[in-house]
Write a protein that binds this ligand. Sequence first.
Ligand SMILES: [Zn+2]
Length: 423
Amino acid sequence: MSNRIAFNPQDRFVVSIGNTLIVTTRSGDTFGHDITGHTADRFFQFAGAKAAFNTVDRFVTTMGNMLIVITQSGDVFGHDVSGRTIGPGFKFAGSKAAFNAVDRFVVTIGNMLIVTTQNGDVFGHDVSGRTIGPPFKFTGSKAAFNGARDRFVVTIGGTLIVTTQNGDVFGHDVSGRNIGPPFKFSGSRMAFNPEDRFVLTVGNTMIVTTQSGTAFGADINVRDIGAIFRLNPDLSIRLHAKVWTNPTIPIQTMLTRMQDVFGAAGIGVVLASSQDFTGTNIITALRDLDVVPTCPAGQLTGEQIQLFNNRDNVGEFDVVAHFVRTTSPALNGCASHPDDVFGAAVTQTASVWTLAHEIGHVMGLRHIDGENTNCPDSMPRCCSTPNVSRLMTGCSTNNIVGTPVLVQSEIDTLGSSSRTRPS
Ligand SMILES: [Zn+2]
């Protein structure tokens, strides 16, 4: 299972830059997992320099695209990270940082290095280029002074976030050189299992990794922690997005909603690639895609065949979503595809659930039964009794309320699809 995160005993620090989670090891080898929405991709190894392999290296954090390593004596080293390459190490000029035995956590907010101590005092250093500014003490509240009860400290935006042993999460808004009073986040509790090993943030998502390498996440929205999702399910679908027209609802939003529905079924959705065909030098006719009415399986127009022939990056067991402007006749999406490439078209006016629904069809799911009770013979699919709690409603995903579900028989179908692979 190559999407397990930081499960080796030699894994030492886990941090993030952009949407990439970074694991440093005792040997100095560095590994990454790209995170798109609510699913982590398989690991890759960074090229370039080794990092944080000295036993005296005590803290690792990130600032912008820099990996920052602080030693027991307070020396601060940096590596610029560019794509999947770790740049050579350099030593910061200026002040030492976090060399006191009582220093417990080092995090960053903007260009500030923030050191919390055992007694809750918080110190900062402004970092300018490759120079560490002199230490200053924050005014205001103390933070993370409850000894072992405070287990992890991370940041999101300008907020310092403290996770406790029982899973309660507290925050302090940091404003300039002042630490705001503590507040407790509402919503999910985080990182309360003894086997939880690392906590980090990627964007507004808080991520908890465990000793076995399974990882969980929850989105933080202001002072609330959302529902916990499994970040790296054992099974996953690799999805490629080919964008002919950007849909009204951002692809990222549709993807994340799809990850939520499929994730609840134990199946991750990895965005394996995204290709932009919105430029002028492409076959514009395909943006308005002719389809066979009602999109019967295996029946394709010449345009659909042409569309699916664009298969850069798409591996044998992968799935592709083509985002087009319209279909003719007009639909939210159409799941007909050639036998040798699994995929669907999704239109500009698609609902937030269309991507998940159409890929559901591609994976073998059919519309649910029971939505067409007592329909007249003239209109056998009249949607007299729609079930808007199900992803595979045949009465338009526009009408879905809340997060729709997949039932066990549907989950079994997804699990047995050739497109669902061990992660
Ligand atoms: Zn459908």
